[in-house]
Design a protein around this ligand. Sequence first.
Ligand SMILES: Cc1ncc(COP(=O)(O)O)c(C=O)c1O
Length: 460
Amino acid sequence: MATTEAAAPRGTLQELAKRHLWMHFSRLGAYGDGADIPIIVKGDGCYVWDDHGNRYLDGLSALFCVNIGHGRTEVAQAGADQARDLGFFTTWSYAHPPAIELAARIANLAPGDLNRVFFTSGGGESVETALKLVRHYHKLTGHPNKTKVIAREVAYHGTTMGALSATGVTALRAPYEPFAPGGCHVPNTNLYRLPPGYGAENLAEAVAHRIEFEGPDTVGAVIMEPVQNAGGCFTPPEGYFQRVREICDEYDVLLISDEVICAWGRLGHYFGAERYGYQPDLITTAKGLTSSYAPMGAVIASDRVAEPFLDGTTSFAHGFTWGGHPMCAAVAMANLDVFEREGLNEHVRENEGAFRDMLESLRDIEIVGDVRGAGYFCALELVKDRDTTKSFSREESESLLRGFLSAELFRRGLICRADDRGDPVIQLSPPLIAGPEQFEEMEAVLRPVLEEASRRMLHH
Ligand SMILES: Cc1ncc(COP(=O)(O)O)c(C=O)c1O
């Protein structure tokens, strides 16, 4: 609505939001007459407030992001302080102290020989970068046909055209095909609903079967989250990643650990791979790296992956203007200072049991079929019949999640995620500073809402 007059746009925030803001992954049609867009105006610790002054427990860390909690002005201030010295300079053939220091710090924290850090502006860019790096690496090492990537069903790896070929959620893929070729999928580690022909002990074999099926000389990488988010916090069975690692080695396939969510304390360690004791060739990350006080992501590469790029005239012909932005890097450093100072990884490890116990205590509610996850990253799966694990139909799930649960949980002051990219789940992923007081508050909302959901869905 460009006009020649520079008039300030008129209307309340609500009206302006409805008219101008294109919210991501949102049904804009849901906010027609009457229904308000939630407008969050303030955050402090584990809580946020909307524009009417209502307080909410942020049980999702603002989409798995604000790991150290809201309102840490000193972390944002580190960005402003950096701007006094150098507000921006590019890392295209230049370096600056914040990017150098952060790269060295990340390399020091990352497992094994993951020593080389390529900065991005977010998770999707990190995945996109890793996928291109895999192709380039294999071309440089004499395997130009190793271009395919194996991911898992229902996994979310981002929305750019490359990352989307790894994303295994049909509804997010279908409207945008064709995208970068080469994405193939294997069953995930949904232990509540194991795929036919597999048990927990041999799930990793699906990766080997797929590599054989595709042709080993065409497969470049396997990409997996330590705990898969979409579908509802699928943890790996014992030995799963060790076997995936062996398979990758056997077929000269790189293992990408997509830790956009699972790094930075979410599972009680700096990296999810640490928790499950495996060594990836690449880690992709974002979100909690800065606790999202500034947008930043990274790909962390092993010495082996970086090696072919270190000599002669070769360069990784890839980059983003803002990769390693000095203000964002300074914010990331301040964020990691908070982790160290407050022992946040230890705090999660000490309190995850209490978090889990609270969720387990909800199993007496008829609609709760499964409780799963790790660290501060858990899900409840909602089912129609607990004895048979029968799930809800698409229509029932729609009416359960969008017709009732999401709005009711929010109305009662709990932000969490009611999701049905797989079967219907409620996901909880609070800031890492949360403790028993917040778990009690979650229960005080979840219990009555789930009881009511049971009545509506199972006994109407
Ligand atoms: C595992 C994983 N990979 C990639 C992404 C994409 O990250 P972004 O939204 O920052 O592009 C996400 C986002 O949630 C994610 O969870």
